[in-house]
Design a protein around this ligand. Structure first.
Ligand SMILES: NC(=O)c1ccc[n+]([C@@H]2O[C@H](COP(=O)([O-])OP(=O)(O)OC[C@H]3O[C@@H](n4cnc5c(N)ncnc54)[C@H](O)[C@@H]3O)[C@@H](O)[C@H]2O)c1
Length: 330
């Protein structure tokens, strides 16, 4: 698979290395900061593309991987699809449901595969939890708690600090947990949230979201950009037992390569030397879906739902009211 990457910041860098590890050929990387593109390209033996358009007119390029700030996703995903390229896009797929729907429809009309990188479905602990829940090991799930976050992410032009560009912590980060919860525990019926967004200095954010599932289960989703470090985990209790995972309690040996550190990743990206990187597993899976017709573990419709839950949480936090998700959207 010949891949072009647009955006060589934290995630562009991670994707470039992961594609390489998965055995895909990263042909070219474009970033409006040439030095960022150059660094990433050098590390995977790719060339620096002079423009985004040059990736699109290259008839040998099969897949475009969009690792840009979220507000730029729609424009670049649709342009890639119209050029006949398959597309991978970082999460959240967009900042509004209208944009998300348009992206799905454009990719469908253009006959290209479109995958949104909801990577939690490739983290071994989160995959194992799904298998255990599906196997009935905790009985009927009743209460689930998730936690994710730490320090505020630094990035190009501080775009995470602008809610209209990043969607805030609730849309940008705990969307990971919303997607995982939807995958494991099914359709969400009602969303209630409290959030600090807009009430504290810009670079602090905190959210506490309650989801009620159609099954009757309830989840408490906690997200923070007000702490330090980076931590994530879950706890799920059912009438037959309980399972839990806390990243703060595992202590793997961590290898940071000098070259990688020089890439200056500024968003905490968890890694474990005991497993293949979930980003590699994810990208390998998406490419197998394109090449071999494998059933995708996460579809664009799943990404749409995760965004819908995130936006409902934002609306609930703003209005102080619980939000009932539309039946047709479930
Ligand atoms: N899956 C995950 O674990 C995870 C983690 C962090 C971020 N993300 C998502 O990945 C996406 C990128 O986030 P990031 O942290 O890598 O951002 P970043 O700011 O580190 O990188 C963005 C890059 O895009 C470049 N850029 C900006 N506008 C451009 C344009 N028009 N054309 C070409 N290049 C342009 C910037 O120069 C920068 O290098 C976001 O959607 C974010 O939510 C996902």
């Amino acid at each position: 698979m010949r891949v072009g990457i647009v955006g060589a910041g934290t995630m562009g860098w991670v994707h470039a290395l992961s594609h390489k590890e998965a055995g895909h050929e990263v042909v070219a990387i474009y970033d409006l900061r040439a030095e960022a593109a150059e660094k990433a390209a050098r590390s995977v033996g790719a060339r620096v593309a002079p423009s985004f358009e040059s990736l699109l007119v290259d008839s040998t390029m099969e897949l475009i991987d969009v690792c840009l700030p979220t507000y730029l996703h729609r424009r670049h995903v649709e342009a890639a699809a119209r050029a006949g390229k398959h597309v991978i896009c970082e999460k959240p797929m967009a900042l509004s449901l209208d944009d998300a729907r348009a992206m799905i429809e454009t990719c469908h009309t253009c006959g290209v595969h479109f995958y949104v990188a909801h990577v939690l479905r490739f983290f071994s602990e989160y995959v194992l939890a799904k298998e255990l829940v599906d196997a009935g090991r905790i009985g009927r799930p009743g209460v689930i708690r998730t936690i994710r976050g730490g320090i505020f992410p630094s990035a190009w032009e501080d775009w995470y600090a602008r809610t209209e560009l990043s969607g805030s912590l609730t849309v940008d980060m705990i969307i990971h947990d919303f997607d995982w919860l939807h995958w494991v525990f099914g359709e969400v019926e009602r969303v209630y949230a409290k959030s600090l967004v807009g009430r504290t200095p810009k670079r602090l954010d905190y959210s506490l979201v309650t989801l009620r599932f159609i099954s009757g289960a309830v989840a408490h989703v906690e997200g923070t950009w007000s702490h330090t470090g980076f931590r994530y985990g879950f706890e799920a209790a059912g009438n037959g037992g309980m399972l839990s995972f806390d990243s703060a309690r595992v202590a793997p040996v961590v290898v940071t390569q000098r070259q990688q550190a020089a890439g200056g990743a500024s968003v905490a990206v968890p890694e474990s030397p005991l497993n293949e990187s979930p980003y590699t597993t994810e990208l390998r899976h998406f490419v197998r879906c394109i090449e071999q017709g494998e059933e995708p573990r996460v579809t664009a419709e799943d990404a749409y739902k995760a965004l819908e839950i995130s936006l409902a949480a934002m609306e609930s936090a703003r209005t102080g009211r619980p939000i009932l998700l539309k039946k047709e959207a479930r």
